[in-house]
Design a protein around this ligand. Structure first.
Ligand SMILES: NC(=[NH2+])NCCC[C@H](N)C(=O)O
Length: 418
């Protein structure tokens, strides 16, 4: 693929064979009203540590999108993709029906009213309303009299009929593009599981995306999240065994990918500590260049790497690797040298502070060129000292959701590495 080819010429829907090939098309979600539906009482369950100031978060997010456009990527928004997947009324009704099932709205009258509310809106607005959640007070404005008793009886003081989905701006997690296919995820938490319904509709109905091969599906019984999936090369995937991703899911993913994808030969499963601050592999480890990676120094002693590959009888072999992470990466990626760039320059305090705000979570737009949060200046300086070109984006509000540039993006198309 030549660099000056227009994005409209990208001939397949999905193409993602590395972490660092030039980014040509990327999926984002601009944070919306769902953030205005965060309340201190329910924040923890909704996986937030604080309430971002929406206007500022949107400004920061727009700066992120601009930065990606300036580096040559087309930015596609989740609401638009979902809206374009609703190709006729029957599909739109199917989405509403499943959405209400998964939001656990069982009472018939409530379902009817909510369906009416959603279906009265144009596609794009309907999808935004689903994302934002529905406050009881909104319903009361539309047709309170009929539902008042039901609402008082079923939901008590709880102010929502349908919960918001504030984590949607982390488009990295509910599904992941791998090679020319996609894995749609079963999420670790109930609050994020509804997010994958949008992916289901995109990959079932969107004219451009409906025939993309599927590596994993939301109906699986064990959790897998995109923040744990890193494409180290067209042959090698890294997958985190983490707070969010279970071993069984990796076995399942490995089975499908290693047997069905034309390029992937090996999966490196990284067993990392299971805690909130390191929820996914990409919160402690990202690839910034062919032979350079960011890493959170505090986990270097706590990572175990397993190699999964098919033997000559196409049976899965799994073995534990010994030794330093640098050497393991060198061996499996066929490199002479690997440099691990330590978050916070390895200082205990700077590392902890910057990792908490996603200092190790970089998004490569090309080999050796990454988008990072401006606030992580110690780590950023180290990247520059190692010849990495950095694009800094503002991050006072976005970082309150505990995710950085990589978490906030899902590459749909990257150029192959030469
Ligand atoms: N790929 C990532 N590291 N995503 C971060 C997601 C953050 C989000 N608040 C969650 O807890 O799910």
């Amino acid at each position: 693929m030549s660099k000056n080819k227009g994005v409209n010429d990208l001939e397949t829907a999905i193409h993602n064979t590395s972490e660092i090939g030039r980014l040509r098309r990327v999926l984002l979600h601009r944070p919306g009203q769902e953030l205005e539906n965060l309340m201190p009482e329910y924040m923890e369950r909704l996986l937030f540590d604080d309430i971002p100031y929406l206007q500022e978060a949107q400004r920061e997010h727009d700066a992120f999108a601009d930065c990606l456009r300036q580096s040559g990527a087309e930015v596609v928004y989740l609401v638009d993709l979902v809206a374009a997947s609703l190709t006729d009324d029957a599909v739109k009704q199917e989405l509403v029906r499943q959405f209400l099932d998964e939001a656990e709205v069982q009472e018939q009258r409530a379902r009817e009213m909510l369906s009416e509310l959603f279906l009265s809106l144009p596609n794009r607005e309907m999808v935004s309303q689903m994302m934002a959640g529905v406050r009881k007070s909104q319903l009361r404005e539309t047709d309170q009299a009929r539902l008042k008793d039901y609402l008082a009886a079923t939901a008590g003081d709880y102010p929502f009929v349908i919960d918001p989905m504030p984590n949607l701006y982390f488009t990295r997690d509910p599904f992941a593009t791998i090679g020319r296919g996609v894995s749609i995820h079963k999420m670790h938490t109930k609050t994020r599981n509804r997010e994958t319904l949008f992916a289901k509709f995109i990959f079932k109905y969107h004219p451009e995306y409906k025939s993309v091969p599927r590596w994993y599906d939301r109906g699986e019984t064990t959790s897998l999240e995109g923040g744990d999936i890193l494409i180290l090369s067209p042959e090698v995937l890294a997958v985190g065994i983490s707070q969010r991703t279970q071993e069984d899911s990796i076995d399942q993913l490995a089975d499908t990918i290693l047997t069905e994808s034309p390029t992937f030969r090996k999966i490196l499963a990284f067993d990392i500590p299971k805690t909130r601050s390191f929820m996914h592999l990409d919160t402690v480890f990202t690839m910034v260049d062919r032979d350079k990676f960011t890493v959170h120094p505090n986990i270097l002693n706590d990572i175990t790497v397993y190699v999964m590959e098919l033997d000559e009888n196409r049976k899965m072999k799994i073995r534990q690797e010994e030794g330093r992470l640098e050497d393991i990466l060198k061996e499996h990626l066929g490199l002479d040298q690997v440099t691990l760039l330590r978050c916070g320059e390895g200082d205990e305090i700077d590392a902890a502070r910057e990792q908490w705000n996603d200092g190790s979570n970089t998004l490569a737009v090309a080999p050796g060129e990454v988008v990072v949060y401006a606030r992580n200046y110690v780590t950023n300086r180290l990247l520059e000292e190692h010849g990495i070109k950095i694009h800094t984006i503002p991050s006072a509000e976005l970082s309150r959701g505990r995710g950085g540039p990589r978490c906030m993006s899902m590459p749909l198309w990257r150029e192959d590495l030469q």
